[in-house]
Ligand binder design. Structure first.
Ligand SMILES: Cc1ncc(COP(=O)(O)O)c(C=O)c1O
Length: 390
């Protein structure tokens, strides 16, 4: 049985997800069940805990770097899980996925250049682009038969217009839950090749892919002008506050350029906890991860069924991957403020507003469903009652 709650809950934490001040600021109340941040409530895999306990017991933190074993462990995991053949010598390590994105934007574009994002998309992309003085160029995703797809015509137009230097791909896509197919990614690469635009692929959600879908890494497509951020154990192993970012490219010139900057800024120094936790995750975490994936797939299925049977007026986008689910509440016919009151004050749900992700329609919300199913079931029952008593 997959364990959904930690053995102990008497140890202090400052988790953002549950922080009453933060909840008050965002939702106007802290009396909500938090489903807003993309992290899990579950205890992590025991081999990772054990590895970290060993470190604590050692009582010594002499300089210790072992990124070589990390890169080997990530490569082996990807070969076994995705049949993705990575060269362990082609990684560059930085202190986080967002650090990787920020660094790559600055390394491969200039102030004022355009960086293309496919909206609605993870909100930090826009923040990192704009805070670097670059321009976020939106290539808005289309909805076709209830399913998000890329708008390649618009994509080509944006690249042709000339000032896009980097495409920042979210693969799989947060928040709409698409696992881009090989054919979609090949179409993207064909266009990027034509205009010689660099693709940076954020693949932090790569392992969280449900039955029926197959993850394709940008690193497998032989596009020379690309870098992939791969292997961070943040989302798949729940190591959000202690994981690194791993940049990968088979293009020596691109990789050496990134490496030179990370070395110059001493960003490549590993942290012993992160290093040991990452090695334990990828070498010994398979059993736990498979149980976690099965558990969250079952939760996704429960939510999708419940919405179809009980609340069909709400449009639910079935995620193919990621632990995020995306809803359009337009069918309720409420004003945005009324919808907010319904969700936060009546149903007591802290969902992420779609507007954060550059979604103009204020009826869209994202929910992170990596929480215990019984808690989620109670939340949806409350949502149903709140809607019935409108
Ligand atoms: C697509 C995507 N990239 C990056 C991150 C953040 O990565 P990190 O906190 O490891 O820098 C997230 C977190 O939700 C994400 O969804």
């Amino acid at each position: 049985m997959f364990q959904t709650t930690p053995e102990r809950n008497d140890i202090d934490n400052k988790f953002i997800k549950y922080d009453s001040k933060m909840l008050g600021q965002v939702y106007g109340t802290s009396d909500v069940t938090p489903y807003w941040i993309a992290d899990m409530d579950f205890p992590i895999a025991s081999p990772i805990t054990h590895a970290m306990q060993q470190l604590v017991s050692r009582e010594s933190y002499s300089y210790e770097f072992d990124s070589e074993t990390v890169f080997q462990a990530i490569s082996k995991w990807n070969l076994d899980r995705h049949n993705l053949d990575l060269n362990p010598n082609h990684f560059v390590q930085v202190p986080g996925v967002l650090t990787a994105i920020a660094l790559l934007i600055r390394e491969f574009s200039h102030e004022g250049d355009g960086i293309l994002i496919q909206t609605p998309v993870y909100h930090q992309f826009r923040r990192l682009i704009e805070s670097a003085g670059r321009k976020a160029v939106a290539n808005t995703l289309k909805i076709e038969e209830g399913h998000y797809v890329m708008d390649f015509k618009d994509f080509e137009r944006q690249l042709k217009d000339g000032d896009v230097k980097v495409v920042l791909l979210c693969n799989p896509h947060n928040p709409v839950g698409r696992v881009w197919t090989k054919s979609e990614l090949q179409s993207m690469v064909e266009i990027a090749k034509k205009y010689n635009v660099l693709i940076v692929s954020d693949e932090v959600h790569a392992d969280i892919v449900f039955e029926g879908s197959t993850f394709t890494s940008m690193a497998s497509l032989n596009y020379d002008n690309s870098l992939t951020i791969i292997g961070s154990p943040a989302k798949n192993f729940g190591l959000n506050s202690i994981s690194n970012g791993y940049i990968y490219s088979d293009n020596t010139e691109l990789r050496e350029k990134v490496k030179a900057t990370t070395v110059a800024m001493s960003l490549d120094h590993g942290n012993a906890f992160t290093t040991h936790a990452t090695i334990a995750a990828y070498q010994q975490g398979k059993e736990w991860f498979d149980a976690f994936l099965a558990y969250t797939q079952n939760t996704r299925d429960w939510i999708v069924q419940f919405m179809a049977n009980e609340l069909p007026q709400i449009n639910t986008f079935v995620p193919e991957g990621t632990n995020q689910i995306w809803f359009d509440f337009s069918g309720l016919g409420l004003e945005p403020e009324q919808l907010k009151v319904l969700l936060t004050q009546q149903a007591k749900l802290a969902l992420t507003p779609g507007t954060w992700f550059s979604e103009p329609n204020e009826n869209f919300y994202r929910m992170n469903f990596a929480s215990p199913l019984d808690q989620i079931q109670a939340s949806f029952e409350r949502l149903k009652i709140s809607i019935e008593t409108l």
